[in-house]
Design a protein around this ligand. Structure first.
Ligand code: PAZ
Length: 313
């Protein structure tokens, strides 16, 4: 039997990024989840969400982080579930989570009150709680959502590889929705100081290596039949479309969702090799609390339909 292909990125991953000890166990869970839902006729989306933490010392005191809240991933998960998908939610530990995200800014103690000696929820503080809780229970009772968390860049890379391999068994029914904001830079373990960097040594100069482009083996080797969407964030809108097109050209996947930091809640571009759709929220939408993720998910589930039909034909 032919040996599975090992890309140079695989080698780099094994050598320079420590795998979390539970990676095989999580991979098995994800594979079982994907198989069970595919057998029941469901599609499965793997959503990545939140930022990554890049340590500067091996006994980590300091690290490099980024802005991502995980709102895009968490709200998209809810819309994919509403569209009938089963969801693996690969998210940064403590970033926003589907359903509970709505209440993330609320102090829990302010939501509770005493009523005849019992602690009850104050529904004036949480007006949507019954609706959100009902949907959350439906999703968890149906075992439709599998949350997997990561913290560091190394954990993210290994868990994404495991997810891709786990989902490869369901072919084109798998979608990858890679919305996490992943660091492009890291310090290899061999070059990292063990102990806390001393400020008494003066100003700190860092040289960081480039993180391997994991989209490449994901598309080519790990899940070659899946429908893959990457996200591209820029702060300069004038280079966004060109960067999105370049990514499609380089990695040969299906879609890039392109967005600009300041306008990301109200405007994105869904770019494919042959099209570019603007997804925009109007003032009226914003007033009605429509979220842009609902529109993004509608666009992408239709594109996934089309992709599956093409693959079958
Ligand atoms: O997590 P969030 O809702 O605050 O932001 C979402 C986002 C901007 C991280 C996402 O839409 C995105 O563009 N992710 C990819 C970023 C990148 O690596 O280019």
């Amino acid at each position: 039997m032919a040996e599975p292909r090992v890309s140079s990125i695989d080698g780099k991953l094994a050598e320079e990024f420590a795998a979390p000890s539970h990676v095989d166990e999580v991979k098995e869970k994800m594979a079982t989840f994907a198989r069970r839902h595919a057998e029941a006729g469901r599609r499965v989306v793997l959503i990545t969400s939140g930022g990554t933490k890049v340590p500067l010392e091996s006994r980590t005191v300091r690290f490099l982080d980024n802005f991502s809240s995980g709102k895009r991933g968490a709200s998209s998960a809810e819309y994919f579930l509403d569209a009938g998908y089963a969801v693996i939610f690969l998210h940064r530990h403590r970033s926003l989570h589907p359903y509970s995200r709505t209440f993330s800014a609320v102090n829990m103690l302010d939501t509770l009150q005493f009523n005849a000696g019992e602690v009850v929820v104050n529904q004036q503080v949480l007006p949507n709680i019954a609706k959100v809780l009902k949907r959350y229970r439906e999703v968890t009772d149906g075992k439709l959502l599998l949350p997997v968390d990561f913290n560091t860049l190394s954990e993210y890379l290994h868990l994404l590889k495991a997810a891709a391999q786990a989902l490869s068994t369901i072919g084109s029914k798998a979608m990858f929705y890679l919305a996490a904001a992943v660091s492009d830079f890291y310090i290899p373990a061999s070059e990292m100081p063990e102990h806390k960097i001393q400020s008494s040594n003066g100003p700190l100069q860092l040289t960081m290596n480039m993180v391997p482009k994991i989209l490449s083996p994901l598309v080519k080797d790990w899940a070659p039949k899946a429908f893959v969407i990457s996200f591209k964030l820029e702060t300069d809108a004038s280079i966004l479309l060109e960067k999105a097109r370049r990514a499609l050209d380089t990695y040969r996947h299906q879609v890039v969702v392109a967005n600009v930091l300041d306008s990301r809640r109200g405007y994105v571009m869904v770019v494919t090799p042959t099209s570019q759709d603007e997804v925009v929220l109007s003032k009226e939408d914003a007033k009605n609390e429509v979220e842009i993720e609902e529109r993004i998910v509608t666009n992408l589930t239709a594109a996934h339909d089309h992709f599956i039909t093409q693959q079958a034909g």
